[in-house]
Design a protein around this ligand. Structure first.
Ligand code: FRU
Length: 502
């Protein structure tokens, strides 16, 4: 080898070789147990969430070839309990021809019960996916449809695609529902850089007519993507129907990646309940993003999954995970109608089935300026668990939970409530507080439902009035957990913990 070649190798290629080797270090200690991850490679947004014959389908933005964003295709998995997922082959792959690459970006799936599209065969209702085709070379995004007559395993792209083309670079993420009263399909889709949504109507999922637009209200600091439009009964009362719009905006430097609006929708136009400047957020952590609701759930239930956007720390051989399934609820409050979220009722049912050794219940425990470790002496150590605890604040300045405690290097994640600031915060294993939310006690109490799953922490406060989600990267043996009060007392009214490690 000549000298020049050696110098080139040392300075240019070696760093990449080392980096590639570095990234390939497996990180099983961070692979969640009950949150969805692909067996290998990259995932971002959930797509085409649909419930069919007792099965929850999850399609997801996926790079089938690498552990980073690219080659966007729809990966596929199914579940009957929203805890355990069966991995299936890629359902809609990117389309590569001699001169064009078409990435299959985010979208939705609907069951076309009346075969309005004519895509169904043998009198069966087809499953229709509506997605964004992104053409990087042409700098164009259009809306396309694909249909499946084998229960969602494989899809055929419609020969008349695209079904919507505004000749724009940014025009994406269609979400479609059937409106029974109007007997038509309604699509909401984003014009990201214009901070605008468009509503389209269709009788057959192929020909779409513009109904109206909504935008430039709420938070417009970042682009708008992944919109959804969902009917809900306020306080569960069928006479009080409202519509929920959720939108994802920007990325991690905006701690509040998803915002929502509530209002009325008459099948054509959305009317915001609140003044245009009013802002409301779905989750106050940096990671929760691109969530969309399931289609076709029974009994008017509305449940969503979101993507937990990875932080800088590499995970291997997969990257990215989904949130837990969350039920969407609208409640009347003195401030107006507000979004509440709860871990899906389906998940609660699974918890009840766990054996006694996997449950811990403690009621009426006063803690005075100390930490009570539950991870030792009789109870279980676990870094994949679900904690439901209700505190009555006392004289203590702060109280809460310490999870992922590592007895060797003493690192831990603290989920603390600061009484003076009315603030719930998460301090990660490095002691850094990057995720926090202001929330007051409800009827004098703070309830925390903490879903800790190796590298993800989702905290539902006061029955889901606020949600704070983050990612943490504890060591494998960081399985201790405790309840604490600092500088005074706190009353633990109830404490229930389920060990979900396997
Ligand atoms: C959101 C998003 C979508 C797009 C997809 C591409 O994370 O940017 O707007 O459809 O990801 O992977």
């Amino acid at each position: 080898m000549n000298k020049q070649l050696i110098t080139f190798w040392l300075t240019c290629l070696l760093p990449f070789t080392l980096l590639a080797q570095q990234q390939a270090v497996p990180t099983p200690q961070w692979r969640p147990v009950y949150h969805f991850t692909p067996p290998k490679n990259w995932t971002n947004d959930p797509n085409g969430l649909i419930y069919l014959d007792g099965v929850y389908h999850l399609y997801y933005q996926h790079n089938p070839f690498e552990n980073k964003w690219g080659h966007m295709s729809w990966g596929h998995a199914t579940s009957t309990d929203l805890l355990n997922w069966k991995h299936l082959p890629v359902a809609i792959p990117e389309i590569v021809t001699k001169d064009t690459i078409t990435s299959i970006f985010s979208g939705c799936a609907v069951l076309d019960k009346n075969n309005t599209s004519g895509f169904g065969t043998n009198g069966k209702a087809p499953l229709v996916a509506i997605y964004t085709a992104d053409l990087p070379k042409q700098q164009r995004e259009t809306q396309c449809v694909a249909f499946s007559n084998d229960g969602g395993l494989t899809f055929t792209n419609y020969a008349g695609n695209p079904v919507l083309d505004l000749q724009k670079k940014d025009f994406r993420d269609p979400s479609v529902i059937w409106m029974e009263e109007q007997q038509q399909w309604v699509m909401v889709v984003a014009l990201p850089t214009e901070h605008k949504l468009q509503f389209y109507g269709s009788k057959d999922l192929k020909k779409w007519d513009l109904l109206s637009e909504f935008g430039n209200e709420g938070d417009t600091r970042k682009i708008w993507e992944c919109p959804s439009l969902t009917p809900l009964y306020v306080d569960g009362d069928p006479s009080k129907k409202k519509w929920l719009i959720m939108i994802s905006s920007g990325n991690q430097d905006a701690a509040t990646g998803m915002q929502y609006f509530t209002g009325d929708f008459d099948g054509k136009t959305f009317r915001n309940d609140n003044p245009p400047a009013h802002q409301q957020f779905v989750d106050y952590g940096r990671t929760f993003y691109a969530a969309i609701p399931y289609n076709n759930l029974p009994d008017g239930r509305q449940t969503m999954l979101g993507w937990l956007m990875p932080f800088q720390t590499e995970t291997y051989p997969w990257r990215g995970q989904m949130s837990i399934a969350r039920d969407l609820l609208l409640k009347s409050t003195p401030e107006g109608v507000r979004l509440y979220q709860q871990p899906s009722s389906v998940l609660h049912a699974s918890l009840e089935k766990l054996p006694a050794a996997k449950k811990l219940v403690k009621n009426g425990l006063e803690i005075d300026s100390k930490e009570i470790p539950f991870g030792k002496g009789g109870s279980f150590n676990s870094n994949a668990n679900w904690i439901d605890v209700t505190f009555t604040p006392g004289s203590g300045d702060e109280f809460g939970l310490k999870i992922g405690q590592n007895s060797v290097d003493k690192t831990q994640t603290v989920i603390g409530y600061n009484k003076a600031r009315n603030e719930l915060y998460i301090a990660n294993e490095k002691g850094v507080v990057a995720d926090k939310v202001t929330v007051k006690p409800s009827e004098g109490k703070i309830r925390l439902q903490v879903l800790f799953d190796k590298s993800s922490v989702e905290v539902f406060v006061n029955g889901g009035e606020r949600v704070l989600t983050t990612l943490v990267f504890p060591a494998e043996k960081a399985t201790g957990w405790s309840v604490f009060a600092a500088n005074g007392k706190v009353m633990v009214d109830t404490l229930k913990v389920w060990d979900l490690s396997r």
